[in-house]
Design a binder for this molecule. Structure first.
Ligand SMILES: Cc1cc2nc3c(=O)[nH]c(=O)nc-3n(C[C@H](O)[C@H](O)[C@H](O)COP(=O)(O)OP(=O)(O)OC[C@H]3O[C@@H](n4cnc5c(N)ncnc54)[C@H](O)[C@@H]3O)c2cc1C
Length: 381
C-alpha cells in the first residue's frame, strides 16, 4: 500500500467520525472508544510492529502519514497515538520471551500498551530527579511512588514505568540507577495501583497514578537494571516525529477551515478573504507549515534509515508545533466571534493543539537540546 493509499483509507475511516462525535466527547471528557476500535481493527495502531509479530511492519514515515491524516480530517490521535510508539521500548530492548508474549497481542488489539509513566509531580522535566522506587523482593519488584500526566492509563492494559532501582545518592552517573518495568495494570489495579483522572483544558484522558506496594515480576523488567533512562530516550525521537506529524495535520486543518470561511463570509459587501489583513497571516502560516512538514518528512526518513535523528526529530517537533499553534491563532482570528462557538470545532482544536508547546517535551527543552548538542554551547541545566 502506498502512502497516498494509506492517507485515502485513513481519511475514509475518519469521515465516520465527524465534528459532532468529537464535540460530544469533549463535553463529557469521554474516551473515543469507537474511533480507537476502528483504527485498531484497520491495523493502523500496529503500523510499526514488525510483521513477524503480527503488525504491519511499516516505516515511521507511514505512521507519520496516518497520524497527520487523522488530524487533517479533524479527528484527534491523542487517544491512541502512544499505542504506535510506546511498544518501541519493548521491541528494541525487551527479551525475545517478552516480545513473543506481548507484541502479537498488542498488534491484534487484544492488549493495549499506551500508558507511559515517566513524569512525576516533583521532578518535572528533570527525569534524573524521579523518586518512584522499585525495591527488589525475591522474584518481584515492589513499586512505591507517584506519577503524573500518565495519559490513557485508564484505557490501557499495560504501562511502561520508569522507576528508581538505585538511590540517587549511590549512582555514579546522573542518569543511571533508573529501570523500566512493564506493569500489567489488569493485575495491579486490584493490588495497590490507583489511577485518578485529571480534568484538563482539552479532552486528553490524562491521569495521576499512585503506587502503593505494587508488585511486578522481575521478569517484566525491560533490559538491564539501572539502564532504563537509555531505553526511554531511545523511543523519544519516534514520539517527537509522530507528534510533529499530528501538528502538521492540525495546521493544515486550521488553514483549510480558515480559508474556506474567508471565502464564504461576506462583510462590507465582499468576502473577508479579499482583505490582505486576512490573507497575509494565512499565506504566512501556510508557508511555515509547508517548511515544517519538510522537516518532519526529513526526520522520519532519517529515522527510517536507522541513523541518529535526534536533531531533526527535535526541530520537526518544534517547527510543527509552532506552525499548528500559529495556524490555530490565525484561524480563530479569521472566524472572528464564530471562532469561539463550539459548533465550528475551531475552539476545540485550538485547545487541543496548544498542548504540543508543552508535551511531550516543552519548547524550551528542545531549544536547549539544539543549543547544546547541535551548536556546541554550554549545557544550561
Ligand atoms: C496533557 C498532558 C499529557 C501528558 N502525558 C504524559 C504521559 O503520558 N507520560 C508522561 O510521562 N508525561 C506526560 N506529560 C508530561 C509532559 O511531558 C510534561 O508536562 C512536560 O515534559 C513538561 O514538564 P513539567 O510539566 O513538569 O514542567 P516543568 O519541568 O515544571 O517546567 C515548567 C516550565 O519551565 C520550563 N523549564 C524547566 N526547566 C527549564 C530549563 N532548564 N530551561 C528552560 N526552561 C525550563 C519548561 O520548559 C516549562 O515551560 C503530559 C503532560 C500533559 C500536560
Amino acid at each position: 500500500m502506498t502512502i497516498l493509499a494509506i492517507r485515502e483509507a485513513v481519511a475514509a475511516l475518519c469521515a465516520r467520525f465527524p465534528g459532532e462525535y468529537w464535540r460530544a466527547l469533549d463535553r463529557s471528557r469521554g474516551y473515543p472508544v469507537e474511533f480507537v476500535a476502528a483504527l485498531t481493527e484497520a491495523g493502523y495502531l500496529a503500523a510499526l510492529i514488525p510483521q513477524e509479530y503480527g503488525g504491519a511492519g511499516l516505516p515511521l514515515a507511514a505512521a507519520s502519514a496516518i497520524l497527520e491524516e487523522i488530524h487533517l480530517q479533524g479527528c484527534n490521535g491523542a487517544a491512541c497515538h502512544a499505542q504506535m510508539y510506546v511498544m518501541g521500548t519493548l521491541l528494541r530492548h525487551g527479551s525475545a520471551e517478552q516480545k513473543a508474549r506481548y507484541l502479537p497481542a498488542i498488534a491484534s488489539g487484544a492488549l493495549r500498551l499506551q500508558a507511559f509513566a515517566v513524569t512525576e509531580p516533583t521532578s518535572g522535566t528533570d527525569t534524573s530527579a524521579i523518586e518512584t522506587v522499585a525495591m527488589r523482593d525475591g522474584h518481584d519488584y515492589v513499586i512505591n511512588g507517584q506519577k503524573i500526566w500518565t495519559s490513557r492509563a485508564e484505557y490501557s492494559d499495560l504501562m511502561i514505568v520508569l522507576v528508581r532501582t538505585t538511590p540517587k545518592a549511590q549512582v555514579t552517573t546522573r542518569m543511571s540507577g533508573l529501570s523500566v518495568l512493564l506493569v500489567d495494570m489488569r493485575d495491579a489495579r486490584a493490588a495497590g495501583l490507583e489511577i485518578r483522572p485529571i480534568r484538563t483544558m482539552m479532552n486528553h484522558s490524562t491521569t495521576a497514578v499512585f503506587f502503593d506496594n505494587v508488585r511486578v515480576p522481575a521478569a517484566n523488567r525491560i533490559g538491564e537494571e539501572g539502564q532504563g533512562f537509555r531505553y526511554i530516550v531511545s523511543g523519544m525521537n519516534a514520539e517527537r516525529i509522530l507528534i510533529a506529524s499530528e501538528c502538521i495535520g492540525d495546521a493544515k486543518w486550521f488553514i483549510r477551515k480558515a480559508t474556506d470561511y474567508a471565502n464564504e463570509r461576506h462583510v462590507f459587501g465582499r468576502p473577508i478573504g479579499q482583505n490582505q489583513g486576512v490573507q497575509f497571516p494565512l499565506a504566512k502560516v501556510y508557508a511555515s507549515t509547508c517548511a515544517a512538514a519538510l522537516m518532519v518528512n526529513q526526520a522520519a526518513e532519517l529515522f527510517d534509515t536507522g541513523a541518529d535523528a535526534g536533531a531533526e526529530a527535535n526541530m520537526a517537533k518544534l517547527l510543527a508545533a509552532d506552525a499548528a499553534w500559529d495556524a490555530a491563532n490565525v484561524c480563530i482570528q479569521t472566524f472572528g466571534g464564530f471562532g469561539f462557538a463550539e459548533e465550528y470545532d475551531v475552539e476545540r482544536k485550538f485547545r487541543e493543539t496548544r498542548l504540543y508547546q508543552v508535551a511531550p517535551v516543552s519548547t524550551n527543552l528542545i531549544l536547549s537540546y539544539l543549543a547544546e548538542h547541535v551548536l556546541g554551547l554550554p549545557r544550561s541545566y
